[in-house]
Write a protein that binds this ligand. Structure first.
Ligand SMILES: [Zn+2]
Length: 256
């Protein structure tokens, strides 16, 4: 069974001491590729260097909503920096970027920064990796206006099937991770059963979003087979089928 982790912050300090050992364990369980999202401008250069070390590692370039308050660039500078970085070739997507109503950064500022990302994605024809919390209607409105040719992924999707279908209809896949291991996430667990398998990608969001039973621990891409198994169990299909289809979905979306 081969898997791709479509969202893993593998460049974070949490993995500094044992990154190579974790990667070896990933390979041993079939996790053969990772997409590592950008979160802040100051990280992009080291991220670009990191993904050159392994052919299975891919990067995205973006400013995560949680890092917007630290932005020092003007809008024009940010747009130019995103373009220049994305064109270096090892970047397969724009992101992660998005909207988060649970943080203090003014929402207007978040919208402005997201628009810059979507403009660059449209210009360069790249997919986008989106983070969204409590701002689905605003995000859907923006995505409708931009009509990105390559679409993207709603990372760490949590919500009901109607919401998921609206994204899928607009060309956006749903990133499925540890959330589905929690029985209280009943809506999301139902949604991942009702949606076409073509719309789903697997992700760890490591080091965050631990699976049930591992709360408080560092999450790791090496546990992705567990998520594949959970999704398979919920859908009543084999883990091999989930692995093969979600892997293909991820390959197609990001042109891996
Ligand atoms: Zn993330």
């Amino acid at each position: 069974m081969l898997l791709i982790d479509s969202h893993c912050h593998f460049d974070f300090e949490d993995f500094t001491s044992d990154r190579d050992a974790v990667w070896q364990r990933c390979r041993a369980v079939g996790v053969e590729q990772l997409i590592i999202p950008g979160v802040e401008v100051g990280q992009w250069e080291s991220l670009a260097a990191l993904v050159c070390r392994e052919p299975g590692w891919h990067a995205a370039v973006g400013v995560h909503p949680w890092w917007i308050s630290g932005l020092q660039q003007t809008d024009a500078q940010l747009q130019q920096a995103l373009c220049e970085c994305a064109e270096q070739g090892r970047f397969v997507a724009i992101g992660e970027c998005g909207l988060d109503k649970l943080i203090e950064t003014p929402f207007e500022h978040q919208l402005e920064v997201l628009r810059i990302h979507l403009t660059v994605a449209a210009e360069l024809g790249l997919p986008v990796i989106l983070h969204v919390r409590k701002a689905h209607s605003e995000l859907l409105r923006l995505l409708k206006a931009f009509r990105l040719s390559r679409g993207g992924v709603i990372h760490a999707f949590s919500g009901d099937v109607e919401l998921a279908r609206r994204y899928w209809a607009m060309g956006f896949s749903l990133g499925i991770g540890g959330t589905i291991s929690y029985p209280r996430a009943a809506k999301t667990r139902r949604a991942v059963v009702d949606l076409p398998l073509e719309s789903l990608l697997l992700e760890s969001d490591a080091p965050d979003m631990p699976l049930r039973g591992r709360q408080g621990e560092r999450n790791s891409p090496e546990y992705l087979p567990v998520t594949a198994g959970l999704l398979a169990e919920l859908r009543g299909v084999s883990a091999e089928e989930v692995a093969a289809r979600t892997r293909e979905n991820t390959r197609l979306l990001f042109s891996l």
